[in-house]
Design a protein around this ligand. Structure first.
Ligand code: AQP
Length: 333
């Protein structure tokens, strides 16, 4: 079945192994299927929900495009563009924010996590972030949205908004209700320093994540220093429930080798962590090392990256501008 794919990545720097295994790896797989129409967006409007340095943001937008391409997304086959250049995203977000209910947004756990204890000081944008995300997806009639497990709740909200819009305006199937594409296993990669926290760009300690720009020595060093416990490698799946760091490292290994936890356990059960870490570091170096080199090469070619974005903006705009016009007609503007 052919799929219309839409997904986005925030240009907030430090793209990491979690972004790769949870999202980018899947983007590449979908991009490689000729039947699919894929749109991958650098969601810069989302990025400013938390204060960004303007110069760094500009660089991070290019770095995100470079990471898409270095990971294997083909810009000739997929549309790659930055969100802020297509005005329909902001316009649709406003209209859809009049459809979404406060009660729905109040349930979003990502806002609670990101706003932390001082909710009063969080930006309004951080709160309404999921409505903008719904606008992104719905403008392109996306049928499927590949994301990491952390975005599942936002996608459910997007489905609710689409259904309510169609119902309120009595226009059946006008907004396509999208399906999430979340991998069953390893859809949430955890911090290398704390198996209960997700690997994240904004975590202060660089040792908590493998950045996609890390060189081979950095990767090896971070895996060496990754938190484990003093016991040997677990013997069965049940044991993993109580050992989140071991589960995470085995999950990373399994995802990199397109395997599963059970098979990985058969190889490493009872062995020393140090031996396992050596094998894991090797796998990471052979997967992430070439991506890191390619990102650095591409970053020098600023004009090439800008052309990809310009070209993508033109294509995205021609789709989104038609949809927003129809939305405006439907609401009575
Ligand atoms: N740890 C993760 N495991 C699996 N998937 C992940 N994703 C992010 N972190 C993990 C997925 O990567 C895609 C792009 O994410 P994003 O850049 O839009 O923002 P995010 O989810 O907010 O990423 P971070 O790293 O967690 O950023 P900060 O630190 O700013 O909060 C998404 O599909 C996401 O699911």
């Amino acid at each position: 079945m052919s799929k219309k794919i839409f997904s986005g990545v925030q240009p907030t720097g430090n793209l990491h192994l979690g972004n790769y295994l949870g999202a980018l790896k899947n983007f590449v797989y979908l991009n490689n299927d000729e039947k699919n129409k894929c749109i991958f967006c650098v969601v810069d409007l989302h990025a400013i929900t938390i204060k960004q340095d303007p110069k760094e943001l500009k660089n991070n937008i290019r770095e995100t495009v470079a990471t898409f391409i270095a990971s294997g997304i083909d810009p000739k086959r997929s549309i790659i563009f930055n969100q802020s250049r297509v005005a329909a995203h902001s316009e649709a977000a406003w209209i859809l924010s009049c459809i979404a209910r406060m009660g729905w947004l109040n349930r979003m756990t990502q806002f609670k996590e990101k706003a932390g204890k001082d909710k009063e000081k969080a930006s309004v944008g951080l709160y309404s972030y999921p409505v903008l995300m719904a606008a992104d997806i719905l403008l392109y009639d996306a049928t499927h949205v590949p994301v990491g497990d952390d975005q599942k709740q936002h996608l459910e909200l997007c489905r609710d908004i689409a259904q309510k819009f169609n119902n309120d305006y009595q226009i059946e199937n006008f907004l396509q209700v999208p399906e999430p594409l979340i991998q069953k296993e390893f859809s949430r990669i955890m911090s290398l320093k704390d198996g209960s926290k997700k690997m994240s760009k904004s975590e202060q300690s660089d040792l908590s994540r493998i950045n996609l720009t890390d060189d081979n020595d950095q990767i090896i060093n971070k895996i060496k220093k990754a938190k484990t416990d003093s016991l040997p490698m677990p013997k069965d799946l049940k044991e993993l429930d109580k050992r989140p760091e071991a589960r995470n490292l085995l999950g990373i290994y399994s995802s990199l080798t397109d395997s599963n936890l059970e098979k990985s356990l058969q190889i490493f059960a009872g062995k020393n962590f140090s031996k396992f870490k050596e094998v894991l570091a090797d796998k990471l170096v052979s997967k992430i090392g070439p991506i890191s080199k390619e990102i650095k090469k591409l970053l020098v070619e600023r004009q090439y990256l800008d052309e990809i974005l310009l070209n993508g903006v033109e294509k995205a705009n021609s789709i989104a501008s038609k949809k927003i016009e129809r939305i405006k007609e439907i609401v009575g503007f």
